[in-house]
Design a protein around this ligand. Structure first.
Ligand code: PMP
Length: 307
């Protein structure tokens, strides 16, 4: 999957041309994975001729929490990061769907594993971005043989660069075995999440998702979908541990994430999920979500920041 490069980046405190935003090979974050990142989407609304970024305040709040987990000191706030993002996007002038990547990293070019007494830098770039999971109405998944990192190993609650090796192992195992995605279990065998997306199941009319203590990333899309399910579809949402075997007997299986958006899974470990086709909850949530992120639902307009 080849994507075009950005024209600009926010780098060392200002917007520069993308080719100037470079780090040396000895950079701490490159060697030890000591970086954290975020991932936001901007949706181009063709009728309104407007680019809307989805829930940037919530994304930057989580991003700054990830920074804290790696002992990074910044004066940035969700508001100031939103301003930087808007400046960057205005420089880029995108009129299409995009992905925005803030990245904070230990910038020193030296040897020595630690988090303290290092210099923290922050960069941001944005690039055109389309669908992430091709079969988003009929995805196939496998339960990965890799287990999810634990809060006391590398906290999954933080979007920590080094921790994404865990996600990459699961994703590649699934892809090489012919599946669209992986589901990853916790050390004690409960469902945690996908390689880079949260998971929800429908059982007996309830929408159930692993709670935030199940080594998940606390997804903004997960939170969005929970709110839409409760308030718009009148569903009861339960956050609790999910056993592996529940995914083989559930009625629907749904993946959520900035990249994955709202994806319906119709096959898990070669077994059909429910009737083997996208179910009504996934369909309803997808419709609502697509309206909301494009700025076409006035009730949720506070989640959209116009560029
Ligand atoms: N889990 C992981 C491991 C992720 O990388 C992501 C993507 N950021 C998600 C869940 C979904 O989070 P969000 O909805 O905030 O994008």
């Amino acid at each position: 999957m080849e994507s075009p490069l950005p024209k600009h980046a926010f780098f060392q405190g200002k917007i520069v041309s993308y080719s100037e935003a470079k780090v040396g090979v000895a950079t701490h974050a490159l060697n030890y994975g000591t970086a954290v990142f975020g991932g936001l989407r901007g949706y181009w609304n063709e009728e309104k001729k407007q680019l809307f970024v989805f829930r940037p305040h919530d994304h930057f709040r989580r991003f700054l929490h990830s920074c804290r987990l790696l002992l990074m000191q910044f004066d940035y706030t969700p508001e100031s990061l939103t301003e930087i993002m808007l400046e960057l996007l205005r420089a880029e002038g995108y009129q299409q769907n995009i992905y925005i990547r803030p990245l904070a990293y230990k910038a020193d070019e030296q040897i020595g594993v630690r988090l303290h007494d290092l210099t923290d830098e922050l960069t941001m770039f944005a690039l055109p971005f389309g669908q992430y999971i091709k079969n988003d109405t009929n995805a196939t998944v496998m339960v990965s043989s890799w287990r999810r990192i634990d809060d006391n190993m590398i906290p999954a609650r933080g979007k920590i660069s080094g921790a994404y090796v865990n996600s990459a192992l699961a994703k590649t195992e699934a892809a090489l075995n012919g599946y669209d995605e992986a589901l990853v279990l916790t050390q004690d065998g409960h469902l945690s999440e996908g390689s880079a997306m949260n998971v929800l199941i429908v059982r007996d009319g309830l929408l159930i998702t692993p709670s935030v203590t199940e080594n998940i990333l606390e997804g903004i899309t997960r939170r969005t979908v929970i709110e839409l399910a409760r308030d718009e579809l009148n569903l009861t949402v339960v956050e609790r541990p999910i056993d592996r075997t529940e995914i083989y007997i559930c009625d629907e299986l749904i993946l959520t994430g900035t990249a994955a958006q709202v994806t319906a899974v119709t096959q898990v470990d070669h077994q059909p999920v429910g009737k083997g086709v996208m179910g009504p909850v996934a369909e309803g949530l997808r419709k609502l979500f697509n309206e909301v992120v494009r700025g076409d639902n006035p009730k949720y307009a506070h989640w959209n920041v116009a560029v």
